[in-house]
Design a protein around this ligand. Structure first.
Ligand code: ZN
Length: 262
């Protein structure tokens, strides 16, 4: 009798263990179409830009005297004004169809059109309407101050309905069933504050300040994103409505960037 009781207890324990193992295994089964909660591999070339600010005194080169002598020791002032999390998201490791994506980073240059304060207020306001959710990673005020808004490891909502036409062809990633594909998943968005005479729909304005160019070049020099992957909102836009940054002196910017990357 006693032996039968132990056999019965043993069977019971075995059954419970089996059930537990099944429960654990089912629980671990990956669920398809689940939103990615763990951070996908983020390109290291832009992931370090915020951290780099604190190392500025070490990272500024001491170049030979040349035409950029006046900006050789330039160190931008910076502020942090994080956007509301509602206005940015994760960078995805796969698109809406489950296809893995691993685009190299690009940098997209914008302008605010309105004031920097107005843009930041908008980014810090939670918007329930997804069409109104917008952000840049970084903004550069007229006085050259760099404002960090969205950490680089996150996907800022800077250029909906966009494509990058690079050396490898067209690049764009669809991450939302309701919205067109965009470059946001692999883009770092940085915007100039627009000068006072450009707060309108004109095709051009008086342009950006020298310190804005210096700060933009300094910021981008903290990354290893190659020149041929630095672009503008106008160039990646597919809606036909974006023309920023207007009056951007491309040559001036790349000359200063080369200087900082020496
Ligand atoms: Zn833009």
């Amino acid at each position: 009798m006693r032996g039968n009781v132990w056999i019965a207890r043993g069977f019971l324990i075995f059954s419970q263990l089996t059930a537990l193992i099944i429960v654990v295994m089912v629980g671990q089964k990956p669920q398809e179409n689940q939103v990615i909660t763990s951070m996908p591999a983020i390109p290291a070339d832009i992931a370090s830009s915020v951290v780099a600010v604190e190392k500025v005194t070490q990272t500024i080169p001491s170049p030979q005297i040349n035409k950029f002598e006046l900006v050789a020791n330039y160190q931008p002032r910076y502020e942090i004004s994080w956007a509301h999390p509602n206005n940015y998201g994760q960078r995805y490791a796969q698109d809406v169809n489950g296809v893995p994506v691993n685009n190299q980073s690009i940098i997209v240059i914008h302008e605010t059109v309105n004031s920097a304060t107005s843009a930041i207020n908008n980014f810090q306001t939670p918007h329930n309407n997804e069409n109104a959710q917008v952000s840049y990673h970084t903004l550069i005020k007229l006085d050259g101050t760099v404002i960090y808004i969205v950490p680089p490891k996150f996907r800022a909502f800077g250029a909906g309905n966009s494509v990058f036409r690079g050396a490898k062809g067209i690049e764009t990633v669809k991450t939302h069933t309701q919205f067109p594909p965009s470059v946001n998943n692999f883009a770092y968005h940085v915007a100039f504050e627009t000068p006072l005479d450009g707060r309108n729909n004109s095709k051009s304005h008086s342009g950006y300040t020298q310190v804005q160019y210096n700060s933009l070049a300094w910021l981008i020099a903290q990354s290893s994103v190659p020149e041929n992957r630095i672009t503008t909102h106008k160039a990646v836009d597919r809606s036909g409505s974006r023309i920023d940054p207007r009056s951007f002196d491309r040559q001036k910017f790349f000359d200063i960037l080369k200087f900082y990357r020496q």
